[in-house]
Design a protein around this ligand. Structure first.
Ligand code: PEP
Length: 247
């Protein structure tokens, strides 16, 4: 079973998001895979509560703040996201790290907040092009994983997404060997931290310009348990094709 997750980023307001659900026609899809969408916060409740949403399509929040409530204008807490219908929380997405300046320490706090609110954290890690060129892929992604590991280990369940920054929204994708190598390093660190058997149950997703044409190949790489899809998840037909590509 693969995990196919769609990150809509800042697209699809409430009406468009519910329109997606109608057009996605999940009823006719094979049920073997785990499907998740991450709508923008403004559309979270509309998606989660829509009678057009099949229960097999799970819902997550793209970002949370670590405090539960208070004077934090513009932020969404983990309990509020859960109340609005989220079951998952993306943490440390590359746009949060590189556009909004989130640090490893911020991601640690957000993972802990997600776990307290019973949201399943999806920790995103990935290197920039400069870091890749400097041969620092493993060092960077393991540092990002290590920073969040304490919080992740307290979770009943968590996912990791390897998303090389240079591949997100660029049309570039990692080679199978690059993906397998990064995923293998992440799995190895999880095995050291939690034991081999538990580490094998953690889905590690690949993200970065996944589309219908490359999804099957990427999902065939060693230790790739699914995909986190940005741009190609916005269109119901292309998201369906990616689900189909998982077999
Ligand atoms: C993402 O948003 O996590 C992502 C991988 O985006 P894209 O598929 O558009 O590269």
């Amino acid at each position: 079973m693969a995990v196919i997750a769609g990150n809509w980023k800042m697209h699809h307001g409430p009406a468009a998001a519910v329109g997606f659900l109608s057009d996605f026609e999940i009823g006719s899809l094979p049920s073997a895979h785990e499907l998740i969408v991450f709508p923008p916060t403004a559309s979270l409740h509309a998606v989660a509560s829509s009678d057009r949403r099949d229960a097999r399509l799970q819902v997550g929040v793209q970002n949370i703040y670590w405090e539960a409530a208070g004077a934090f204008t513009g932020e969404t807490s983990a309990p509020m996201a859960a109340d609005a219908g989220a079951s998952f929380a993306l943490v440390g997405h590359s746009e949060r790290r590189h556009v909004f300046g989130e640090t490893d320490e911020d991601t640690r706090r957000k993972v802990e907040a997600a776990v307290r609110a019973n949201l399943v954290p999806v920790l995103c890690v990935g290197e920039t092009l400069d870091e890749r060129r400097a041969g620092r892929v493993e060092q960077v992604i393991l540092r990002q994983l290590d920073a969040a590991l304490g919080g992740l280990r307290a979770a009943k369940r968590f996912l990791v997404a390897y998303e090389p920054v240079w591949a997100i929204g660029t049309g570039e994708t990692a080679t199978l060997a690059d993906a397998a190598s990064a995923h293998g390093s992440l799995r190895g660190r999880l095995a050291e931290a939690m034991g081999v058997a538990s580490s094998a149950t953690v889905p590690i997703l690949y993200g970065g310009s996944v589309k219908p044409a490359n999804a099957a190949e990427l999902m065939s790489a060693a230790d790739v348990d699914g995909v986190l899809v940005g741009g190609a998840s916005l269109d119901p037909a292309s998201f369906r094709e990616i689900v189909d590509a998982a077999g």
